[in-house]
Design a protein around this ligand. Structure first.
Ligand code: UDP
Length: 238
């Protein structure tokens, strides 16, 4: 992969990335490791916006499947992302990385509201900004929140850290012959319904020309490696 010069990126981690080998919730050792990945990336001089999902705690769809009102369940999911954001803030600060959490649902006692210009200032001062509560509305996901913040913060790329090392033509966990793409177009992702991010998040990145880099966060040191243009990943771009 050709080395790109990134100045500011958005890193999206699913809530499950904080679970480690557990089945639910927040595993402090895993959060500490993830924070180490972020610190290593930041130590290269990069400005980092972070979005963490909430699926390790609660997903609106799961609540709705059990009979809950979907919007109500989604608000619970958004609150889960705030808990994850606070856990990551704690872990980053233990490593000496200054951070601010900005939530799309106002919660003055625990974090700042999302204010773009203030977030800009934090980044300029070398702070990691963790955006919580997605877009702040039900019927969305944190993928859309990540795409939205990447666009408004003018990030050079959106890095999606997952448990798989890229995008495949079939599920590599099910099909041993699945082939990984090095590069893909946004339109191919949308027409073939490839599982990269939600369609709304992909469309937002396409319209704002923000490449999505899909890589595995499970391998220690991988984020820094991918940022150096090494390692395995799939880039989705126009
Ligand atoms: N959510 C929402 N609006 C948003 C972001 C998140 O309603 O803008 C809710 C939704 O219920 C979602 C949950 O929060 O299922 C947790 O987010 P997500 O599923 O994206 O987390 P991830 O899969 O990345 O862990």
């Amino acid at each position: 992969m050709e080395k790109k010069q990134y100045k500011r990126i958005l890193l999206k981690l699913s809530g499950e990335a904080l679970m480690g080998d557990t089945q639910f919730g927040i595993d402090p050792d895993t959060v500490a490791r993830m924070a180490g990945e972020v610190k290593a990336a930041q130590d290269t001089g990069l400005q980092i916006c972070l979005v963490i999902g909430g699926g390790n705690i609660f997903r609106g769809m799961a609540g709705a499947a059990k009979g809950m009102d979907r919007a109500q369940a989604d608000y619970m999911g958004m609150l889960a992302t705030v808990m994850n954001a606070l856990a990551m803030q704690n872990a980053l600060e233990q490593l000496g990385v200054a951070t601010r959490v900005q939530s799309a649902i106002q919660m003055d006692a625990v974090c700042e509201p999302v204010i773009r210009r203030r977030a800009e200032r934090h980044l300029e001062k070398g702070r990691v900004v963790i955006f919580a509560a997605g877009v702040g509305a039900p019927y969305f996901t944190t993928d859309s929140g990540a795409a939205l913040r990447a666009a408004e913060m003018r990030c050079d790329a959106l890095f999606k850290g997952t448990s798989v090392d890229g995008v495949y033509n079939a599920d590599p966990k099910q099909d041993p012959n699945a082939v990984r793409y090095d590069e893909l177009s946004f339109s191919r992702v949308l027409t073939d319904n490839l599982k990269v991010m939600d369609a709304s998040a992909v469309a937002l990145c396409r319209d704002n020309d923000i490449p999505i880099v899909v890589f595995t966060i499970r391998e220690q040191g991988n984020l820094a490696k991918i940022l150096r243009g090494e390692g395995v990943s799939t880039t989705v771009c126009n």
